[in-house]
Design a protein around this ligand. Structure first.
Ligand code: ARG
Length: 470
């Protein structure tokens, strides 16, 4: 903007206005105003306590920065559109408020340090919000699962009926994925817990800065270990976007199931009206738009992750201006998660399972076939022989249009002598092959038996209660 000198200008350079506008990051990074003010306050306080500037200057700087922070929180401090970025704006505003003392704030730091710090402070909140949002989703899944521990349905592989299972078990499968997602955000947050301030652009400063004090004041575990790495490093952004991409990949897969299951072809559940939409032309329609939009947002988050990785792949150390592009990607991921996670929780709360339709899907398709083969194993038949005998039994039942439980002794005899040899009578099968019996037998660790699922629900609820930060 004409009349406003850049921080790096000592006389007006007459920057080409097209370039000036192009280089400005203010419209994006003004979101960092509050965190930058927090960082600037800690830095200014340290400059005084370390004796780099007089205590009176440091006091004036910290009190002006605190009042700017209060103004920013109240919404009465908005960055001047002419500033090159939020960091420049803060120094210009400090100088406007304090005169020459404002010019002392930048000793021992660079905008490179500031932006690296601000992104970490911003991500600290973003990591926590993502984790809380995941816990909310898990809580909703656990609530639904608790009501469906004995709601029997097929488990699928290749989208074909595979083995008897329950809705609760299926929901807890998604909880297992979400627990890993939670861990990814937690791990990334722990790695990002280092303060880059004091890197002084790239190779540190000869001033007696107390980086430990600044790190401590800002709630970081420690300062970063290498000034050159600190200002050129955006791993925390990549890890955030990567954890978000994996999370959304999971949610998107589940959305796909919800879309299929809530359609007439599966008919396994309805989506309550609060979470489904109608058509402007087709009066009969109820559409799963929430699930579809989450599936769509997933691509958008992948895009941000790829942008973050790609923008860094050719960058030599230390800071390069390419890195300015990091924030748009991170903010977009953050905004997307802020929309997706509550919407997904609402969607889970709006699911209305139809247990009868799920049970009906177990009546055909021979999902209980593995159980018959395992019965033979339990009677001492080698698995491959039991498998072959069961396969024949399946084709006999299929030709008769019955289920395995309806076969008679003649049918079993036709399916090889293995059944008779193993002492298996057709009459025994009806009880043995009921979905409830098949599921109850799967009581090993990680199995769908109600006893295991109830234990898992208890463990998950304890995990959620332990980690919820609000
Ligand atoms: N606006 C810049 C960014 O977002 C801040 C750092 C600028 N540093 C510099 N040396 N030009 O990355």
């Amino acid at each position: 903007m004409p009349g406003v000198l850049r921080l790096w200008e000592t006389s007006p350079s007459g920057l080409d206005p097209r370039v000036d506008a192009f280089l400005s990051s203010l419209s994006v990074d003004s979101r960092l105003l509050e965190v930058d003010l927090e960082g600037s306050t800690a830095h200014a306080a340290m400059l005084g306590s370390a004796g780099v500037i007089p205590a009176s200057w440091s006091g004036a700087l910290t009190s002006a920065l605190s009042s700017m922070l209060a103004d920013a929180r109240a919404g009465t401090l908005s960055p001047d559109v002419g500033a090159e970025d939020v960091h420049s704006f803060i120094e210009q505003e400090l100088t406007r408020r304090l005169g020459d003392t404002g010019k002392a704030v930048h000793a021992g730091r660079s905008r490179n340090d500031q932006v690296a710090l601000d992104v970490r402070l911003y991500l600290r909140t973003a990591f926590r919000e993502a984790r809380d949002g995941i816990l909310d989703v898990m809580g909703a899944l656990c609530d639904l699962a608790s009501a469906h521990v004995e709601t029997y349905m097929p488990a699928y592989t290749h989208m074909r009926r595979a083995q008897p299972s329950t809705l609760a078990f299926h929901l807890l499968a998604w909880c297992a994925a979400l627990e890993r997602d939670y861990g990814r955000f937690a791990d990334a947050a722990a790695r990002a817990d280092e303060c880059p301030l004091g890197s002084a652009a790239v190779a540190g400063s000869g001033l007696p800065l107390n980086r430990e004090a600044v790190a401590n004041a800002l709630g970081f575990k420690q300062p970063t270990r290498n000034a050159m790495d600190s200002t050129g490093d955006r791993d925390a952004c990549v890890e955030y976007a990567s954890a978000a991409a994996t999370l959304l990949m999971h949610l998107s897969r589940f959305c796909e199931e919800i879309i299929l299951w809530s359609g007439a072809e599966f008919g396994f559940m309805d989506i309550a009206d609060e979470c489904s939409t109608g058509s402007s032309i087709m009066p009969q329609k109820r559409n799963p738009d929430v699930a579809e939009l989450i599936r769509g947002k997933t691509g958008r988050v992948y895009g941000s992750l790829v942008a973050l990785l790609t923008l860094q792949k050719g960058l030599p150390l230390g800071y390069d201006r390419d890195l300015q592009e990091d924030k748009a990607a991170v903010f977009d991921v953050h905004d997307t998660l802020a929309g997706v996670l509550p919407a997904f929780t609402a969607l889970v709360e709006a699911l209305r399972p139809k247990p009868a339709a799920m049970a009906a899907a177990l009546e055909t398709g021979f999902a209980e076939a593995t159980d018959l083969a395992e019965l033979l194993v339990a009677k001492g038949v080698p698995f491959r022989d039991g498998y072959a005998a069961t396969k024949i039994a399946v084709s006999i039942a299929s030709a008769k249009g019955t289920s395995l439980a309806d076969l008679d002794d003649d049918d079993l005899a036709k399916a090889t002598g293995v059944f008779a040899k193993a002492g298996i009578k057709a009459a025994d099968l009806a009880e043995y092959l009921k979905p409830a019996a098949c599921v109850a037998r799967r009581s090993i660790t990680g199995g769908p038996a109600p006893v295991r699922v109830k234990e898992e629900l208890q463990r998950l609820r304890a995990f959620i209660n332990l980690h919820l930060s609000r």
